[in-house]
Every structure is written in structure tokens, then in C-alpha cells.
Design a protein around this ligand. Structure first.
Ligand SMILES: Cc1ncc(COP(=O)(O)O)c(C=O)c1O
Length: 384
């Protein structure tokens, strides 16, 4: 049996879309310069403040998460500037590639994949590169299932430098706390298709006062990704170019759903899903790529380099049972398997993934006792 509409999509984005959001997105089209669109944009922007933890109005771009990464780079630094990029995996590496492509002198702080960057490490690096105009960080490094300690990292930067702190929050905003004003993060970006339970296509950017001062002085050419255009339009409750209206209807509904659940409950749910997944995999004797301290509440990685069997076969067997999990990226391709547990995901989803994973292991001849992983996860739910 392999019913397409009952597929269990457990990759770290795109993630499943709740029916409420699908219905909201199917509303009839409206003119993007009319009052209804203006109200919609304003409502979304207002609700987004809680997501980012800011009093400023976040901007909404039409584009995937990478458009927001590129917008952050091209607005905050310019050719000839120096910038630090902390690379804890494939998405830090993407920031580094964008920085280099724009002719910015790159100082790359490489951290072993599977671990987070420590504030001490970053503080030393920042002191060694005093001319850096910006420090680029990744909140959840999706490729390794690591959550970097953004509050501490931002502090480490500010203690030693005037560089802007710019953070990729694509794969965790909406699942973990974000207090960008309190943490003094200057630019935080995210995307629609992860914890926000939407299809791909929207990118959101929030900018501090300090960062606006820098952005407004920049002289390098930029057009679609010029954040000052989005800011000016947003002040008029409008967008500079045709916004993805249907996705905005979805975003409004998604933010309403998160508010209804309550932000603290949303964060607690993601913590629980992470603990269930990790307890289940551990009980089965499967090695995890990250430590408990570094683990992300949105994604968990099995380290296939430490197993006698192949994580790609595991994925294939699970996919035959209609559960899709992700593989690795770059040098971890074919080496790890990643289970997404963010957005429209609850305890029963994790029990399903673990149950199917156990059956896949059984079929592959991996010596696991059926039910062991599920039981460990049940115990997390039941606090036993
Ligand atoms: C942490 C992180 N940053 C950036 C991106 C890129 O986003 P997109 O693929 O939407 O361009 C992703 C997507 O997986 C991501 O997980």
C-alpha cells in the first residue's frame, strides 16, 4: 500500500501543510494593490514580530530561503568589505559562497560537522579579524541537525566587535524561541516551508535599527533584493513587487495557528518531538550525529558512518512504506539519514516514523527488537 495522499513527509523541509492552511491558500485571488491585500500584508507583518522577537516590522519577500540569505549579504556588506561566516554545515557553506560571489573578503570559521560553534571559539575568531563588517551564523544547521547557541554567539560578537550579526533561521523559526531584539541580532531571516507549515516560496527578513543604518548607506547595486524598497513599501502596507498573495493567506493562517497553540507550547512540542526521536533511536542502538547539547528540536540525524548498514537502504525501505526521511548533504551524502520533526508534526507522527524505521531495520537484517524505539518514545510522552 502506498497512498500518495497519506504520505508521511518527514524531511527537514518542505514539511506537511495543515488542511486549514491549504484552505486558506485556496481563497479567490485579490488585486495586490487593493485594500484587502494591504490589510493581509499588514496582519502578516504584525504577527511575524512575535516569530522573530522584534518590535520592528519584518519584511516579506517572494522567494525561497536562499533569496533571504542573499538579501542579507547584498544589503549588509559590499565588495571590498570583510565578513566572517561560521560554517557548521551545508547552509553555513551557502552563506560563505554567497559572500564570496559578491566579492566580499571571506573569513571562514569551519566547525566540525555535527557540532555547534562555541562562543569562545567565535570570540577568538572575531578578535583575529577586527575589520569584519558582519558575522554570518546559522541557527539550525539543517544539514547536520545542530542548533547553534545564537544568543551566546551574538554576545560573543558584540563583546569584541561592531560587526553586524546576521542569522539564518530558515529551518527553526517557529519551532524554537527567537528574541532577536534582546539577543541583538541585526538581521534574522527565515523561509516558509519549514516550521511555518507553508509551501516553499516566501522568505522573511527582520532588520535591526543598527542594520538599517548600514543598509541605507550601501552603494552597491541591487534591485529585487533591495531591502530598502521592501521597507518603504511595508511602511505603506504594500510590497514593491507583486507578492505571493495565496502564500500570504497561508502565512496569516499559520501564524494564527501558532498563536492559538501558544508560542511556549509550540516550543515545548518541538522539544518533546526531539526527545522522543532521540530516545527512540538510542533505544534501537542507532548512533546520533549530534550531542544532546547541540541537538536541534526540528531535525535529528542518524550517523551512518558508525553503522554496519547503509542509511540510503534505510531510507529506501522506509520510502516503500510511505515514510520519507532525508539523506545527507555534501560530504555527508549517503552517510547520514535525517528525520524532520517540525511544523505540522505531533507525537503520533514520531511514533509512526520510529515504528516504520524499526520495520525497515528488520527488513535490512539490522538486529533491532521491534517496538523498542517506539516504547522509548512513548515513555517520553508518558514521562515514565
Ligand atoms: C538552514 C537553511 N538555510 C537556508 C536554506 C535554503 O532555503 P531554500 O532551499 O528555501 O532556498 C535551507 C533549506 O533547506 C536551510 O535549511
Amino acid at each position: 500500500m502506498n497512498w500518495q495522499d497519506k504520505a508521511h513527509l518527514r524531511i527537514p523541509g518542505p514539511t506537511p501543510i495543515p488542511l486549514r492552511i491549504q484552505q486558506a491558500m485556496s481563497k479567490p485571488m485579490i488585486g495586490h494593490r487593493g485594500q484587502a491585500a494591504s490589510r493581509l500584508l499588514q496582519e502578516c507583518a504584525t504577527s511575524l514580530r512575535a516569530l522573530f522577537g522584534t518590535t520592528h516590522t519584518p519584511l516579506i519577500l517572494t522567494g525561497s530561503g536562499t533569496s533571504a540569505l542573499e538579501a542579507a549579504v547584498t544589503n549588509a556588506v559590499q565588495p571590498g568589505d570583510e565578513a566572517i561566516v561560521v560554517v557548521t554545515g551545508a547552509f553555513g557553506d551557502r552563506f560563505a559562497k554567497i559572500v564570496e560571489r559578491y566579492g566580499i573578503a571571506l573569513h571562514r570559521l569551519d566547525v566540525p560537522w555535527g557540532t555547534s560553534c562555541s562562543p569562545e571559539q567565535l570570540a577568538t575568531f572575531v578578535q583575529n579579524h577586527p575589520r569584519a563588517k558582519a558575522v554570518f551564523l546559522t541557527y539550525c544547521e539543517t544539514s547536520t541537525a545542530v542548533l547553534n547557541p545564537i544568543a551566546e554567539l551574538a554576545k560573543a560578537v558584540h563583546d569584541h566587535s561592531d560587526a553586524l550579526v546576521i542569522v539564518d533561521g530558515v529551518s527553526c523559526l517557529g519551532a524554537v524561541p527567537c528574541h532577536m531584539d534582546d539577543w541583538q541580532v541585526d538581521i534574522m531571516v527565515t523561509g516558509s516551508q519549514k516550521a511555518l507549515m507553508l509551501p516553499p516560496g516566501l522568505a522573511m527578513v527582520a532588520v535591526s535599527e543598527r542594520a538599517w543604518k548600514r543598509i541605507e548607506q550601501q552603494t552597491q547595486p541591487r534591485f529585487y533584493l533591495d531591502l530598502t524598497a521592501y521597507k518603504r513599501s511595508m511602511e505603506q502596507h504594500s510590497a514593491p513587487y507583486t507578492p505571493a498573495v495565496s502564500l500570504l493567506y497561508g502565512l496569516k493562517e499559520a501564524l494564527l495557528m501558532l498563536e492559538e497553540e501558544g508560542w511556549e507550547n509550540v516550543f515545548a512540542r518541538h522539544q518533546r518531538l526531539m526527545r522522543m526521536t532521540r530516545a527512540g533511536l538510542r533505544a534501537l542502538g542507532l548512533p546520533l550525529l549530534t550531542s544532546d547539547d547541540d541537538a536541534s528540536p526540528t531535525v535529528t540525524a542518524i550517523d551512518g558512518r558508525q553503522t554496519a548498514w547503509d542509511t540510503e537502504s534505510l531510507r529506501k525501505h522506509m520510502s516503500e512504506m510511505n515514510v520519507t526521511i532525508a539523506g545527507g548533504q555534501q560530504h555527508l551524502k549517503g552517510q547520514i539519514a535525517r528525520i524532520g520533526h517540525m511544523g505540522y508534526c505531533d507525537e503520533l507522527d514520531v511514533l509512526t516514523v520510529l515504528g516504520v524505521l524499526e520495520m525497515a531495520c528488520f527488513k535490512m537484517g539490522v538486529p533491532v527488537e521491534l517496538g523498542t524505539g517506539v516504547k522509548a518514545a512513548q515513555e517520553v510522552i508518558l514521562h515514565v
